[in-house]
Design a binder for this molecule. Structure first.
Ligand code: FE2
Length: 223
C-alpha cells in the first residue's frame, strides 16, 4: 500500500464506489432514452406531460424532505441554497410555462400513468432517511443536467421555443455536484447508515419513476 492510499479513509472509498454506481445508473438511464425523431407527436406530448406531472409539484417537496432529514451543516446549507433558488426563481412556474408552450400540460391520464411509482418515491422521502435521501437527490441532479437536451429536443419538435426551464437545468455545474457529494460524505460521517439500510433504495425508486415518465408505464386501464 502506498502512503497516498494509506491516508484514504473507508469513507473516501465508500463515497467513490457510491458515486460510481450512481454514475452508472445515470448513464444507463440516458442510454435507454428513445430517439425523439422516432416518437409520434402524441408520444412526445405524453413524455413532457408526465415529466411535468411529476416534477412541477414534487421537486420542492423532495428537497424539503432532504432538508428536514439531514443534520450536517454542509448538507443543510447546500440544500437550503437549492430550495432558495427553486422558490425565488419559481422553477415550478418555469416548468409550467415549458409544458404550456409544448402543448403538453398534464392530463388526468398523465397523472394516473405516474401515480403508482410517484407514490413510492413520496413515501420513501417521507421516511426522512438522511443519507439515502441526499444520494437520491445527487442522482437526480446528475441525471437532470444531461436529460435537459433530450427534453428540449422534444419540446422543439412540438413547436415550442420556450426553453428557460431546460436552459436553467441543463447547465453542468461541476462545483454544485461536488458540493452535493461532500454533503453526502459529511452526512454519512455524522449520521452513519445502518448496515441493513439499502442506501440506493430512493435512487432505484426514482429511476423506476423516470422510466415510467419515459415509456408511459403500464396502461392504467389494466390495473
Ligand atoms: Fe429546479
Amino acid at each position: 500500500m502506498t502512503s497516498t492510499a494509506s491516508v484514504e479513509t473507508l469513507d473516501d472509498l465508500q463515497i467513490a464506489s457510491i458515486q460510481e454506481r450512481v454514475g452508472r445508473a445515470i448513464d444507463e438511464l440516458l442510454a435507454s432514452l428513445p430517439d425523439p425523431a422516432q416518437l409520434s407527436a402524441d408520444q412526445r406530448r405524453g413524455l413532457i406531460a408526465r415529466y411535468s406531472a411529476v416534477l412541477e409539484g414534487n421537486f420542492i417537496y423532495w428537497m424539503t424532505g432532504a432538508y428536514l432529514a439531514v443534520r450536517s451543516e454542509e448538507a443543510r446549507s447546500k440544500i437550503l441554497e437549492n430550495l432558495h433558488e427553486e422558490v425565488r426563481d419559481s422553477h415550478p412556474n418555469m416548468l409550467r410555462k415549458f409544458a404550456i408552450a409544448a402543448h403538453a400540460v398534464p392530463t388526468v391520464a398523465d397523472a394516473w400513468a405516474v401515480y403508482r411509482d410517484l407514490t413510492k418515491v413520496r413515501l420513501f422521502i417521507g421516511r426522512l432517511s438522511a443519507a439515502p435521501l441526499v444520494l437520491t437527490m445527487a442522482f437526480f441532479e446528475g441525471f437532470i443536467q444531461r436529460f435537459m437536451a433530450f427534453l428540449a429536443d422534444l419540446a422543439q419538435r412540438q413547436g415550442s421555443t420556450e426553453m428557460e426551464y431546460t436552459d436553467v437545468h441543463g447547465v453542468c455545474d461541476i462545483t454544485h455536484t461536488e458540493e452535493l457529494w461532500r454533503s453526502l460524505e459529511a452526512e454519512m460521517a455524522i449520521n452513519p447508515v445502518d448496515p441493513e439500510t439499502d442506501i440506493f433504495e430512493g435512487m432505484d425508486l426514482l429511476r423506476t419513476l423516470i422510466e415510467t415518465i419515459v415509456d408511459g408505464g403500464p396502461d392504467p386501464r389494466r390495473n
